[in-house]
Design a protein around this ligand. Sequence first.
Ligand SMILES: NC(=O)C1=CN([C@@H]2O[C@H](COP(=O)(O)OP(=O)(O)OC[C@H]3O[C@@H](n4cnc5c(N)ncnc54)[C@H](O)[C@@H]3O)[C@@H](O)[C@H]2O)C=CC1
Ligand SMILES: N[C@@H](CC=O)C(=O)O
Ligand code: NA
Length: 430
Amino acid sequence: MAEPLKVALAGLGTVGGGVIRLIDANRALIERRAGRPIEIVAVSARDRGKDRGVDISRFQWVDDMTALGELSGADVVVELIGGSDGPALTLARNTLKSGKAFVTANKAMIAHHGVDLARLADEKDIPLKFEAAVAGGIPVIKGLREGAAANEIMRVYGILNGTCNYILTTMEKDGRDFAEVLAEAQALGYAESDPSFDIDGVDAAHKLSILASLAFGSELDFAGVAATGIRHVIAADIFEAAQLGFRVRLVGVAEANGGGLFQRVHPCLVPISHPLAHVAGSLNAVVAEGNFVGRLFFQGAGAGDGPTASAVVADLIDVARNEYGPAFAMPVASLAQPGRADAGERTGRCYIRLVVEDRTGVLAEIATAMRDAAVSIESFIQRGVTEDGDAVIALVTHECPERNVADALQRLSGSTSLIGAPMLMHILDF
Ligand SMILES: NC(=O)C1=CN([C@@H]2O[C@H](COP(=O)(O)OP(=O)(O)OC[C@H]3O[C@@H](n4cnc5c(N)ncnc54)[C@H](O)[C@@H]3O)[C@@H](O)[C@H]2O)C=CC1
Ligand SMILES: N[C@@H](CC=O)C(=O)O
Ligand code: NA
């Protein structure tokens, strides 16, 4: 019988537990596909005694997880603890320096340190794999690295956070409250240990920067992602969007053009006719546009124990087969330095929602700000819906430069009629 691939596993939470259960359930099939057994030999987490619903007594327990990389009996380390720095990063560096393969679901760490880690992997010619880090169970890293490798990619975009999609689509379906639905997403194991990473768009920005690097052959530029989350989306936005023929989704978009790389995560109005409008619950979806293949659409579960474990074990099967290439589809030395595109140059339509005091002259104030900033209005709705008797105004602009819209909002910012900040959402028009 062929030698097993021996795995040391750091982190026994949602995903770690899923990996153990998956390998237990599909052991024989995995062995046939990988050409040899995949065996967990050692594990490490914070609390040895915790009941996780899986038997870990059969594995060697290691107290210091950062030492797993040097463990003599292991061929590959799987890191499922999270955090961009700290023990996860130490473990990654130790493992790669000791010449062992490294598999992770940690998008925060890859977004911040992926290029340095890939350099270590390049030097030793060993696998660094992170399929689970982007869009959970969807094989989108493989899709871009391998399936679409012959194409120039013009744009990659999609729904990259299961927690936000679950919240938005549950609010849309049941009209329920944001905080209540977030607690539910946490209980289902979708959210990050700090859920502000999800709802403020940081997690989606981590994933987008990884996709952009793979798609455009450039070094990671997480700091270059402009991220806005869903914290300020209210039920009225979801309602008005529906009246106008849209659904609200948190979308990450990356484009490369002569002017540099454009990367943005933001709540968007997606036309009901667009496939992203139909991505519900914790599902994710990624669209990639290649110059020969055309539009690719990947959809599947973006979070949760089973789907994420599926991606982690797929990476292990590649390692067992000795099938791998450079982590970012080309050696680090070949990655370009990305410049940043100026978002103000972009044009498009926008949704703007304002809550205002319902008094004479408010509409004139809004119309004046729009006119002075050269923003023309395509549609306009006013409802007196708040408990305080204030009015909610929702408008959609005609296509115009984004800097004009920013200017209009700046002009309105001093208005004493405005209650709270205006909500701006771009309309997805591709
Ligand atoms: N839950 C999900 O749906 C997905 C999670 N991920 C990523 O997978 C990784 C793990 O996520 P979950 O399993 O959801 O997290 P979790 O919080 O359920 O589990 C984390 C595990 O790591 C251990 N751990 C954390 N910090 C530690 C430290 N400093 N020292 C020792 N042990 C420590 C904990 O004891 C626990 O066993 C994260 O990087 C996350 O971003 C990626 C895709 C989907
Ligand atoms: N918290 C993340 C988990 C998967 O990456 C999400 O909600 O998508
Ligand atoms: Na994936």
